[in-house]
Structure formats: C-alpha cells, structure tokens
Design a protein around this ligand. Structure first.
Ligand code: GLP
Length: 241
C-alpha cells in the first residue's frame, strides 16, 4: 500500500484527482469505478475543474458506480445515481450511456447483481477503482461481516452506516435498509485502487485497514492483499498510524 498523508482536504482532492486524470489521459477508454459518499465529492469537483480547463477528456471513459440504495429510483434526491450525476456525470463529457450503476428498483435482486457484474466484465474490468471508507471500515457497502462478498450483491446496511447517512435523508426511518454493492471481490479485481479519507473520525478505520490483520470484520483490510493501492489521507485521518 502506498500511503500519502496530505495536509488537508483540498490537497487530498487534488492528489486523487490528478491520479484519476492521469489514468484517463494515459488510457482514454479507461474503466473507472466510482464511490459515493461525501469525501469523494471534492475529488469529483476537482476532476470537473480539470475537464473544464481542457486537461482531460472523458468522451471514451466508462464509469461503474460501487453502489445504489435498494428501492430508490434514479429520480430520488438521495439516489446514488443522482449524487454521481449532479457531482460528476452531468458536468463532464462522458457519454451518458457509459455511466453504469445498479438499478435500485430492480424487481429481483439476484438477476440485477449478475447483470451488473457481467457488464463490468464486458467492459474489460475496472482500470482504476475509487474508494472512500466507512467509519466501520466498509468499502462500497461491504459492511463488517463474516465473509468477503466475491461479486455484486444486495447488502444489508448496518446501523453505523444507516446513522452516517441520516444527514442525507433527514430521519433514520427514511434511510434504506439495503443497498446494491459491488463485492469485495469485484473491488479486488480492479487493476488499480485509490482510497481517500479525511478527518479524525476515520483514523481508527484507517489504522485497522493498514496495520491490523485482514478480516471481513474490517472489509477495507483486504486491500493489504492488493498489489496497487494508493491511500490518500489527511493528517487527522492518519493520526493513529
Ligand atoms: C458510504 C458509501 C461508500 C463511502 C463511505 C464513506 O456508505 N457507500 O462508498 O466511501 O460510505 O462515506 P463518506 O466519505 O461520506 O464518509
């Protein structure tokens, strides 16, 4: 794992955006895996800046988002589709048909998971996977559990994660119980991974991810077994290393 400690969130977003932009400049038809959540939004904003400056062209890029809440359709204000569209997809020159995300309102979950996983394979797999990390060490919506999910699946959200999302839904009763998520296996098949985290509240998860034993009870710890991971964290998130 390549650990980059930066001074603040602004430097974190710059560092991550430059890595992503370099990937697209080097391989214009890159397949990028995106994360949802709050930390990555500043990274996407910096990417949009680089696009607006004419420094990066997304016209041949494919994007696969990590997750989508079950039961939310694309129009729902808190869908991950909306979050990515508003913060990245609608602000760059990606072909909208090249933005992929699980269908939150799929009638049956297993066929939708298979469809999504096969679409990633059909695209040639992920060149660069972007990750945040939950306070409980989740990646995507892979929550602490007794197994590493090999493929895209419908995950149960635990209370820590649901509480962390109340800020977006207003009340805990409105936060979905389940979400479609790429599996840990899906993430590990990416050729490169970058993970971003900021703030004291992530310090424990970052320490466990890097220094503790690999266990599905701390899903992000699996990244110790990946050969090309860059972790970009601010000084507060690095404070327990
Ligand atoms: C969310 C998302 C993850 C995200 C993580 C951290 O639940 N499913 O993709 O990385 O939690 O979110 P944040 O960056 O807002 O702390």
């Amino acid at each position: 794992m390549n650990i980059q400690v930066v001074h603040d969130y602004g430097q974190l977003c710059d560092a991550a955006a430059y890595i992503i932009a370099s990937q697209v400049i080097t391989k214009p038809d890159s397949v990028i895996g995106t994360a949802s959540g709050g930390t990555v939004l500043g990274v996407y904003s910096k990417l949009v800046d680089l696009y607006e400056q004419g420094l990066v062209d997304f016209s041949s890029v494919k994007i696969f988002n990590n997750d989508e809440f079950q039961g939310l359709d694309k129009e729902h204000t808190q869908s991950r589709f909306n979050l990515l569209s508003a913060n990245l997809i609608d602000r760059i020159n990606i072909n909208p048909d090249n933005f992929h995300i699980p269908k939150g309102t799929a009638k049956e979950d297993f066929p939708e998971c298979k469809r999504y996983e096969k679409s990633i394979d059909a695209a040639g797999g992920v060149d660069l996977q972007i990750l945040g990390i939950g306070v409980n060490g989740h990646i995507g919506f892979n929550e602490p559990s007794d197994f590493f999910a090999p493929y895209t699946y419908l995950a149960d959200l635990n209370e820590t994660t649901r509480e962390a999302n109340v800020r977006f839904f207003g009340h805990i009763s409105k936060v979905p119980q389940k979400a479609y998520s790429v599996g840990v296996g899906t993430i590990m098949r990416a050729r490169k991974i970058i993970l971003v985290a900021e703030g004291e509240w992530k310090a424990q998860a970052i320490k466990a991810m890097i220094q503790k034993r690999v266990t599905p009870q701390l899903p992000a710890s699996i990244l110790q077994f990946h050969g090309n991971v860059t972790v970009i964290i601010d000084e507060k998130a690095a404070s327990m290393l």
